[in-house]
Design a protein around this ligand. Structure first.
Ligand SMILES: *Cc1c(COP(=O)(O)O)cnc(C)c1O
Length: 384
């Protein structure tokens, strides 16, 4: 294993070494971390459902009724009635004819892009798209074209210049590290003009934005013609685990035949599907969670502005404070921790070079006092 130690040492010297924290107990803002307790602002549990006892009870009851595992891939004998019911409920939730469950969002994106595109086709990705979309694009063998972040005019010019046989435009709905939203109506118009299919990965929008949390696409009033492929994940706002693709009958049947990350893997435990059915009901019905998030975000942005902290533009629960060099982000994270606050430093290659940051996220289970504590600690960083 020659060279590994030297490469690890170099990574550490560059401020890019990654480590894990050991958490215990229920996911919640006051988190048991490495034997202590920290007020955390870095999970994707936006609605606070990951620790909800009603969802956990649904998981436990379904585990008793259905066992701990699915036992097989969906196409063998692992496709359980709980999976099937969840797919139907996700299709209804997103207003699409069908939905297909995947084990993770990472696998859904690999399956969709490699399942729908190949040599001779062209994929157009926003520069800030999630890593799993880039990996799926590379796996597909199609030509990969990157367009400027959130720039529909740049996209349109690149679409016009492409001779790809099938063209897919791929974007996050809400960008995972910046928290801003893709200009979906403009992207959809460019796709319509150039005969491209729009793929939206709304991992951070579903449950959080739009009527009843139906996501970025619903918020913009776009239908399945404008956005034929919608990807959602279940481990973020819905507080469980897994992912899905929603779209037409033909899209879902194509993925069942061709998406290798769907075909060659064990189906999710059916109990997880049952738990997600419970959390989906709560996410839709308990609109106060989205209202609370908006209040927390507004309070945070006002407090940050009052202390001269420059946040990235975002109205979602993802709020970025860009610090530049990895060492600065690491030092800020360590200083917050001395105040009992956990915000992980996000560094390249997760974000572009020179834009290491604190990625601050809120959950409906945070309180106004929690936000005030965070603002005070951040103000201390700025002035200290
Ligand atoms: C988290 C995330 C994924 C991956 O989803 P998992 O279920 O965690 O694998 C995909 N896309 C985006 C935009 C994400 O933020």
């Amino acid at each position: 294993m020659n060279g590994l130690d030297a490469a690890l040492a170099q990574r550490r010297a560059d401020g890019l070494y990654r480590t894990r924290r050991v958490v215990a107990g229920v996911p919640q803002p006051t988190l048991a971390v490495d034997g202590g307790e920290l007020l955390a602002f870095c999970s994707n549990d936006y609605l606070g459902l990951a620790g909800d006892p009603r969802v956990a009870a649904a998981l436990a009851a379904a585990a008793t009724a259905c066992g701990s595992g699915s036992g097989a891939a969906h196409l063998v004998c692992g496709h359980h009635a709980e999976h099937h019911a969840l797919e139907q409920e996700l299709a209804a939730f997103t207003g699409r004819p069908r939905a297909l469950l995947f084990s993770t969002g990472y696998m859904a994106n690999l399956g969709v892009l490699a399942g729908l595109a190949g040599r001779g086709d062209a994929l157009f990705l926003d520069r800030l798209d999630h890593a799993s979309l880039y990996d799926g694009a590379r796996l597909s063998g199609a030509e990969l074209v990157r367009y400027r972040h959130g720039d529909a005019a740049d996209l349109a010019a690149r679409l016009a210049a492409s001779d790809g046989r099938r063209k897919l435009v791929v974007t996050d709905g809400v960008f995972s590290m910046d928290g801003d939203s893709a200009p979906l109506p403009e992207l959809a118009a460019a796709c319509a003009e150039h005969g491209a299919w729009l793929v939206v990965d709304d991992a951070h929008g579903l449950g959080v934005v739009g009527p009843e949390g139906r996501g970025s696409v619903a918020r913009c009033g776009l239908d399945g013609d404008a956005v034929p492929v919608l990807v959602g994940t279940l481990g973020k706002a819905f507080g469980t685990f897994g992912a899905f693709v929603a779209g037409s009958e033909a899209l879902i049947e194509t993925l069942i035949q061709q998406a290798r990350t769907y075909i060659y893997t064990t189906a999710l435990p059916p109990a997880l599907a049952a738990a997600t059915r419970a959390s989906l009901r709560l996410a839709r019905a308990e609109g106060w969670r989205r209202t609370r998030l908006q209040e927390l975000v507004a309070r945070f942005r006002a407090g940050a502005a009052a202390h001269g902290l420059e946040l990235l533009p975002s109205s979602t629960p993802i709020q970025g404070l860009v610090l530049g060099a990895p060492a600065r982000a690491l030092a800020a994270s360590a200083e917050l921790e001395r105040h009992g606050i956990l915000v992980t430093a996000i560094r390249p290659p997760t974000v572009p070079p020179g834009s290491a940051r604190l990625r601050i996220t809120f959950s409906a289970t945070h309180t106004a006092a929690d936000v005030d504590r965070l603002v005070a600690a951040l103000a201390g960083l700025a002035h200290g």
